[in-house]
Unconditional design. Structure first.
Length: 235
C-alpha cells in the first residue's frame, strides 16, 4: 500500500456553547479563535435572555438561542442542548464558555463518559469548574476603552494670547470701522475673546478703562458707565 495516498484524518468537530448571561459579547472573537485550535467548529450557539443580549445577537456567526427569563433557564437549556449534540454525535469536543460554577456538573459528567470538554471563562471562574473540564482556557480581560482624541480647536487664533501691540491694533481697526460715533467700551471684551480667547486682564489691566487710559495718545474715552464709548484720537 502506498501510504502517500492515505486520506488525511478528519479534524475533530467542535461545538461551542456560550453562557451569554455570564460572558459579554466582547469575548466572541477570543472564544472562536481558541475553539478553532481544537478542531473544526460546527456549532456556535449563545444562550440567554435574548432581550438583554443585543450584542451577542449581533456577533457574526453565532446563533443566539433564547432561554427565557426564568431562574436558571439559561443553564438548563444549555445543558440539555449540550447533551443532545453529543448524544446525536454532532460534535466530538464541547467548548463550554462560562465562568459559572453551576456548569461543573455538566463538565464532569461528560468528561467521565469520554468527551473532551474545553472550559473557557474569565479570571473569576472558580477552580472547581476549571478542574471538572478536560482543559480550561482563561479569556484575557477586555482592554479599557481608548478615549477619543479631542477635536482640534475651531479657531487656532483663539488659542493664542494676544500681545499688547496686537490688542492696540485690534481696537484701532475696530474703531476705524465704527467711525466717528466710536465703539462701546462694553463691546471690547467680547471682541478680544472672539479673536484671542481671553480678556483684557491677561495683559495686566483690571479694566478696559485702565487699558485705554494708559494710551491717551491713541484713544479718547467718554465718562465711565454702561454707555461709555471709545474713539480714536484725531491725528
Amino acid at each position: 500500500m502506498n501510504v502517500n495516498n492515505a486520506a488525511p484524518a478528519a479534524r475533530p468537530r467542535v461545538a461551542v456553547l456560550i453562557d451569554g448571561d455570564n460572558l459579554p459579547a466582547s469575548h466572541a472573537g477570543r472564544i472562536l479563535t481558541q475553539a478553532v485550535g481544537f478542531g473544526a467548529v460546527v456549532v456556535k450557539r449563545v444562550y440567554g435572555n435574548a432581550a438583554k443580549l443585543p450584542q451577542w445577537d449581533a456577533a457574526p456567526g453565532f446563533r443566539l438561542v433564547h432561554a427565557g427569563s426564568g431562574k436558571n433557564a439559561t443553564d438548563l437549556l444549555l445543558t440539555v442542548e449540550a447533551m443532545t449534540i453529543l448524544h446525536d454525535r454532532l460534535a466530538d469536543i464541547l467548548v463550554l464558555a462560562s465562568s459559572d460554577r453551576d456548569f461543573s456538573h455538566l463538565a464532569r459528567h461528560l468528561v467521565e463518559r469520554g468527551t473532551t470538554v474545553i472550559g473557557m471563562g474569565e479570571a473569576k471562574a472558580p477552580n472547581h469548574f476549571r478542574k471538572c473540564c478536560t482543559k480550561f482556557v482563561e479569556l484575557a480581560p477586555n482592554p479599557p476603552p481608548t478615549p477619543e482624541p479631542l477635536p482640534p480647536p475651531a479657531n487656532n487664533a483663539a488659542q493664542k494670547r494676544a500681545s499688547k501691540d496686537q490688542v492696540l491694533k485690534l481696537v484701532g481697526d475696530a474703531l476705524k470701522k465704527a467711525g466717528a460715533q466710536g465703539l462701546a467700551v462694553a463691546d471690547l471684551n467680547p471682541l478680544l475673546h472672539r479673536q484671542y480667547g481671553h480678556g483684557i486682564t491677561t495683559l495686566g489691566f483690571k479694566t478696559w478703562h485702565a487699558f485705554l487710559a494708559a494710551h491717551p495718545d491713541r484713544f479718547v474715552c467718554d465718562p465711565r458707565g454702561k454707555a461709555a464709548k471709545v474713539r480714536l484720537k484725531p491725528a
